[in-house]
Design a protein around this ligand. Structure first.
Ligand code: AHG
Ligand code: MN
Ligand code: MN
Length: 342
């Protein structure tokens, strides 16, 4: 019988993200029923819809504000609302997602048909960095997947399913709509990156195993707030600048968490969003920004804290709670933690 040898056919490794997930599941969770990969395809489908909208934003009437505020009191951009709708629609039809929670919705959303037996919760930031949309700067989508027990009586408060510490995530990832559209995810066995091939409409593997460098030479923080950072942060940044780590640093700040983290993941260094006068508890949201980013960082060999505690250990008490975030390479994080302890 003739076997197909793709190498002989000089075919590129057309490993799609769906195939990667299935192989991961077969290898690490032989009992898995393929439900998880079906769920993730709901996210990848929604992200392709968002990518198509983002890439044509200037040509269609999707720029600018939607004219209302979200639960955070932030003015919603039209694309915030459209991206949110895409995720709710695509995930709501997967048949195994019982509860969803979004930055753009005040309360968790229950999927009635799957409330009883659905085993998954998906928490997401449908469009991250949306203030950058109108100026054509990279934005992203962030997602976090948790497990839940079936709810035979269908009476459980969905918040109980959502308010789990980040250590309970079974998978997390983001899509960055940058010079290319990339999906980066972890299911607890390392971090892999896929690039969307618009000609094929599929996410093809481009970064099979992403490891965060042991150290970097970039720090990323909104310096405009520096005078109101707690002393620890100001001292830390001054010591990075003065070469106390033995390395010289430069500064990069895009203002989209996904883009700033993606660079930190690939190049190393440190990203910080400290407490500020405007946001004394930090600006970033624990459940759908800090937790997925922290899971990815640790899976790639980095660290993530709220300035004192490991992000993944924090027990959430409310859906939209905010947290300071310090995330990056081992060297820069240990330098911060040592200073914090002294
Ligand atoms: P979102 O657009 O989802 O509200 O997130 C914006 C966040 C995050 O992407 C970024 O790191 C941070 O806001 C930037 O805040 P500043 O503009 O205050 O620096
Ligand atoms: Mn965000
Ligand atoms: Mn957002």
């Amino acid at each position: 019988m003739r076997e197909v040898n793709l190498l002989l056919m000089n075919m590129p490794a057309f490993m799609t993200v769906e195939q990667h997930i299935l192989e991961e599941q077969r290898r690490n969770h032989p009992e898995a029923s393929g439900e998880f990969s079906w769920l993730l395809s709901g996210i990848t489908l929604a992200s392709k819809i968002v990518a198509a909208m983002v890439r044509r934003a200037g040509l269609t009437n999707v720029l600018g504000t939607a004219g209302q505020q979200n639960v955070q009191g932030e003015t919603q951009q039209k694309l915030d609302v459209l991206a949110n709708q895409a995720l709710l629609d695509c995930l709501g039809r997967r048949g195994n997602v019982a509860v969803m929670a979004s930055e753009e919705d005040a309360e968790p959303i229950v999927v009635p048909r799957d409330r009883k037996n659905g085993k998954h919760v998906v928490v997401f930031d449908p469009l991250d960095g949306s203030s950058n949309i109108d100026v054509n700067v990279s934005v992203g989508t962030i997602f976090s997947i948790l497990r839940r027990d079936p709810d035979p009586t269908e009476t459980r408060d969905p918040l109980v399913d959502v308010l789990q510490p980040g250590s309970k995530q079974i998978a997390a990832g983001y899509v960055v709509y940058g010079s290319s559209t990339m999906l980066v995810y972890t299911a607890g066995n390392g971090v892999a990156g896929f690039t969307l091939d618009p000609a094929v409409g599929a996410y093809i593997i481009s970064h099979p195993r992403i490891r965060m460098p042991e150290h970097g030479n970039l720090y990323s923080v909104n310096e405009a707030n520096a005078d109101t950072f707690p002393e620890t942060y100001r001292t830390y940044l001054a010591r990075l600048r003065s070469g106390d780590t033995g390395r010289a640093y430069s500064s990069r700040y895009i203002g989209s968490l996904v883009a700033d983290f993606h660079r930190t993941l690939l190049k190393g260094g440190v990203f910080l969003y400290p407490p500020t006068r405007a946001n004394p508890k930090g600006k970033l949201r624990l459940l759908y920004e800090a937790n997925p980013i922290a899971f990815l960082a640790e899976q790639a060999g980095g660290l993530a804290t709220d300035g004192k505690n490991r992000i993944l250990d924090v027990q959430p008490t409310s859906l939209h709670q905010r947290t300071p975030l310090v995330v990056g390479s081992k060297a820069e994080m240990e330098f911060f933690n040592k200073q914090e302890e002294s």
